[in-house]
Design a protein. Structure first.
Length: 92
């Protein structure tokens, strides 16, 4: 099942345009988008294929941490994470 995982890492300095563009490039293979320009946090929304929410959260966090490292971002702790399945997303 496909899951949309939203995740954010908060830190102690304002992030620039180029840093978030690098994160966007790093999460793009996972259908991801990035956020955080001008903020003291960076985030992404990713798509993962997982059996359940716990697996989706684990996979999403692993992808996010690797993408942030690939983008050269600081290894800030994850401050928020959530997952919504494609079935949940289709509910009225």
């Amino acid at each position: 099942m496909l899951w949309s995982v939203s995740i954010q890492a908060a830190g102690d300095r304002v992030l620039g345009h180029d840093e978030i563009v690098a994160l966007a490039d790093a999460v793009a293979p996972a259908g991801g988008v990035a956020s955080g320009i001008g903020q003291e946090a960076y985030g992404a929304q990713l798509v993962v294929d997982a059996e359940d929410r716990d697996d989706a959260l684990t996979l999403g966090e692993d992808l996010f941490v690797r993408a942030a490292a690939d983008a050269g971002l600081p290894a800030w702790p994850v401050s928020a994470i959530s997952a919504v399945s494609e079935e949940e997303d289709e509910l009225p």
